[in-house]
Design a protein around this ligand. Structure first.
Ligand SMILES: Cc1cc2nc3c(=O)[nH]c(=O)nc-3n(C[C@H](O)[C@H](O)[C@H](O)COP(=O)(O)O)c2cc1C
Length: 194
């Protein structure tokens, strides 16, 4: 049976999100030095994951890198969902354009993505297969349109068997007013806060 299109609630980020260049708190600096350097590595098609990534980065410090693709997905929503579905069905490995920093310098990698068809977009397969995450702690976080975190964390675990993958943070769209406290709660729960 062909999966019906857009069988999930999806609401795009509306309005402008202004991300300020907030400086790190003393707690973030202390956490960073006791735990080694953090990398917030994310992809965002319509901006929601980017908002979450920015807040996480302000709390944990370290570097923030956005993933780009050699052939970006269409900016048209319907076309993008079709392309993403096709890539999932074909088990594709979309090529990454971003040159990653040397992962050896990081202990914890916060990995952020929008949920696409119940899991990670296929370029996260490319990312996790083509780079060595052995010995790293991967802390997954996602933005979704109502369907939750889906299969994404188990797929990440399968693709990075030599990494420690924490419980994921599941955020509807851009998280709203509770985003900051939701992130704090998640960081505490997975033992990566303060
Ligand atoms: C190709 C595609 C597939 C999607 N699949 C799902 C899904 O399976 N479940 C869900 O809850 N939301 C789904 N969504 C909605 C996105 O996860 C949601 O809008 C998210 O906030 C987008 O994050 P972003 O702004 O960082 O791209 C999908 C969106 C797109 C474009």
């Amino acid at each position: 049976m062909k999966t019906t299109r857009r069988n999930f609630v999806f609401s795009m980020l509306s309005g402008a999100a202004i991300i300020g260049g907030a400086s790190l708190s003393d707690e973030a600096i202390a956490a960073q030095s006791s735990r080694g350097k953090a990398l917030v590595l994310y992809y965002s098609w319509s901006g929601n994951t980017k908002i979450i990534a920015t807040q996480i980065s302000q709390k944990v410090g370290g570097d923030m890198v956005e993933l780009d693709l050699v052939k970006p997905y269409s900016r048209n929503y319907n076309t993008c969902t079709d392309e993403a579905k096709r890539d999932q069905e074909q088990n594709a490995r979309p090529e990454l354009k971003t040159t990653l920093p040397n992962l050896a310098q990081y202990d914890v990698i916060y990995l952020g993505y929008p949920i696409w068809w119940g899991s990670i977009p296929m370029h996260f397969y490319t990312l996790l297969e083509q780079n060595d995450f052995s010995g790293k702690t991967i802390a997954p976080f996602c933005s979704h349109g109502g369907g939750g975190i889906g299969r994404s964390v188990s797929d990440i675990k399968r693709l990075s068997p030599n990494a420690t993958v924490t419980e994921g943070l599941s955020v509807p769209r851009a998280g709203g007013s509770s985003l900051s406290s939701d992130i704090d709660g998640w960081l505490s729960k997975i033992g990566l806060r303060g």
